[in-house]
Design a protein around this ligand. Sequence first.
Ligand code: GLC
Length: 572
Amino acid sequence: MEFGGFGSIIAAFLAALFVNVVIFTVWKGYKERKEQEKRKKWWKENVIYHIYPRSFQDSSGDGNGDLRGIVNRLDYFEFLGIKILYLSPIFTSPMVDNGYDVSDFKDIDPLFGNMNDFDELLKETHARGMKLMLDFVPNHTSDQHPWFLESRSSRHSPKRDWYVWLNPAAGGGPPNNWVSVFGGSAWSYDAKTGQYYLHQFCAEQPDLNLRNIEVRQALNEVLMFWLDRGVDGFRVDAVPHLVEDSKFRDEPTKSEYDPSRPQHDHLEHIFTKNLDYNHKIVQEWRALLDKYKDSYRILIGEIMADLPDVIRYYGGRNNEFDFPFNFGLLGLDDTKTAEDVYQVISEYLAALPRGKWPNWVLGNHDVPRIGSKVGPEYCRALNVLLLTLPGTAITYYGEEIGMTDAKVPLKSQKDFRDPQRSPMQWCSERHAGFSSGTKLWLPVAKNFKTVNAEAQKLDPTSMLHLYRELVRLRSAYKCFKGLGFKVVYVDTSILAYTRSEGHCKFLIVINFGHESWTGALNGISGSGIVEIDSEMKMKGTSIQFDKIALHKAQALVIQMTEKNELMKIVLN
Ligand code: GLC
């Protein structure tokens, strides 16, 4: 009996201990998650500014942008309130694909400067409380990379398996029907060793074999090299292509395809894109970045694919990319209506599972500029859209001043994407202030006399000031930091939505139409005060939601008063 009493004391003690351990573990997990969320804030709340380094600012006078040029322009970002810079590749490269053909992942191409310049850029950005992200190009190297030179030197090279080599097909010719993204067979023949190597882009960009553990280790060392230097994260290039079918099966032709589209679009890429193995690799990278506890390092994926394939790259347990780029808005052009914009936004948000962080992109170095596709007069409205949608906004350099594609004569084009990579338009002087050199690597767009940062800085009603106001809005009001978002009205011209959190409530109304518009937003009642007008004229004006008037391409960001109520949510 006594023993039984003692036993139950022990049992009670053990039970209490167990409960405490459970509570402690849950509490610790909760604290860690909270801590992690706090560390992630920097890229959730700030805008990411995408710099194409060769075109941003030349400091040496050789007609190419460089790292010192970026250092010299850091004040610009302070003026705008931009806190995160992402640079397209700056590594040693023969520049066949403008730096996406890397021949040394751990050095700076002389075109951009040297490692001292890089360290200074990193130090200066950090000193200003900013973050710096780089491009990571793991799918392929340059054919001049020592790894590939070694690999192609002999079938018995210790690095032969670092790339994807195959014998010719039985009757001769490439091993299978795979096609490069840039057109033509994805295989090139190496006469010396009598085999074909795989390249999903140019022939000068042989694909690494990421199934090989030594290759993955070497790539991890590349990541660590930059992370140890203090880099804040990476945009990962060409993610869908990381690994291919290990049986190298032919890809089927699509049941329907447009013969005028590039050859790559004719095939169903079931053996070369988005294989499950890719996710395992991305998880390894995420885990590697998570080892850096001093500050959160971000990983963003470039995935050109259908939405479900893109979304998978968040990872089931948020263990892959912090976000894969959302390229939905890249499809906008002058045929699109407000309803089409709504469609893109709602499809994306509907596909996004709970707990995943959204993001928005209007342009990048691979596609024509948004101002050229949609028309320059809509650039202000599009910046309002970009910076008021829920999630991280990414701006391609020059979008903040409404840059459009440069005209590059076909015969002098080095790449079909040259027009959207033209030099940043800083001022109305020679070469738009981009370079003091005589010959630029690409011409400046003709409109630089009026479309430039300096002129717009002097004009308080300019797009640059609008952009700056939008960045300020995002940091001043908590409803732009969270994800509260509801569409309250849409027709062919008008898109209206609210952003809200607690008492913080804003209504955004955008006219994507070709004419002025006056009407009632039947999803919402009451009134508010204009906080931002895309035309930079109506700030402080009181607006009744049953009678809103907007010029063509005008957008208003209206702070809702306490009395406003969403009458009914028309959409969502
Ligand atoms: C990515 C880059 C593009 C490059 C390709 C091959 O899509 O954005 O510029 O040509 O990868 O590296």
